[in-house]
Design a protein around this ligand. Structure first.
Ligand code: SAH
Length: 271
């Protein structure tokens, strides 16, 4: 393994900024000033960038609009076998990630980052966490960066989570084998909100959840497919009517599929 603690793997393309540093140093650690930075502590750095390296998030990564570094938990392991886990206190199945090992990895994963957790959250991906949502993505995207801790096995020793005041966030009410997929999903939702990542900025504004509603149905050519037509209002060219139709459809879908969201919205509208 070449993943040394001092050299987190960077997935961004080499992007230079004016600097007096020697050239080779700049190439080692390319930085676009002010770019959002994600640092991931994981036993499986090879899982990254994964899908984040594709399409719009991947292009943005290449362009230096955001940065991704993995910190290999294994390289902080103890002894010849680089042990990172041990059996649960009190007994039971599985293994628990050790607090000392995770702590050292988190120190590297927060080095030089702002202490202010509003600007740089330290997050443990966990099924016990607060459910991730669009508002969380928005909040994270407004910060300078984020450190994400991916658990494995039975999870992480509680003391290191308490010590770091880690924000626990869940991808949903199910149990994954590890935090890596959750980290990728949450980062995808966050990164696409960064300035310049999506070609068309306005497209994040009327998407599902941005206004608390699910999005209206979408259509494209051909005009007739398998005997099904695009709703006439969408091809009629009357933008006022189109907006009205979309709003009504969004409300219908939200009321039908997400009574929980719909109730919250109706209460807000009554206020
Ligand atoms: N024993 C734990 C589950 C451990 S799953 C429990 O019952 O709560 C192993 C790791 O996968 C966790 O440490 C966490 O990092 C990750 N994980 C599992 N489900 C997740 C979810 N819904 N959201 C975010 N991370 C999750």
């Amino acid at each position: 393994m070449t993943d040394l603690p001092e050299t987190p793997k960077s997935h961004g393309r080499l992007t230079m900024r004016p600097s007096l540093q020697p050239r080779d140093l700049m190439e080692e650690r390319p930085v676009v000033r002010g770019a959002f930075e994600a640092r991931i502590v994981t036993l499986f750095p090879e899982a990254f960038p994964g899908t984040l390296g594709l399409s719009l998030t991947g292009k943005a990564l290449d362009a230096g609009l955001w940065r991704l570094e993995t910190i290999a938990l294994r390289s902080f392991g103890e002894g010849r076998h680089r042990n990172v886990d041990d059996t649960p206190a009190g007994g039971g199945a599985g293994m628990v990630l050790r607090p000392d090992v995770v702590h050292n990895a988190l120190c590297t994963a927060t080095a030089g980052a702002p202490d202010d957790r509003d600007r740089w959250p330290v997050v443990y991906l966990s099924p016990r966490g607060r459910p991730f949502d669009q508002a969380t993505a928005r909040r994270w995207a407004d910060g300078a960066g984020i450190t994400l801790l991916c658990g494995r096995f039975e999870g992480v020793d509680q003391r290191v989570l308490d010590h770091w005041r880690a924000e626990e966030v869940s991808l949903g009410d199910f149990v994954l084998t590890g935090g890596e997929i959750a980290a990728q999903a949450m980062l995808d939702a966050t990164v696409r909100l960064l300035p310049g990542v999506l070609g068309n900025q306005s497209s994040t504004e009327d998407e599902s959840f941005s206004q608390g509603l699910l999005e209206h149905p979408q259509y494209t050519r051909p005009q007739i497919w398998q005997g099904r037509e695009i709703p006439a209002v969408l091809t009629g060219g009357n933008h006022g009517e189109i907006a009205k139709w979309r709003r009504a459809e969004a409300e219908r879908l939200t009321a039908e599929r997400r009574p929980d969201l719909w109730q919250m919205l109706s209460a807000q509208m009554r206020r």
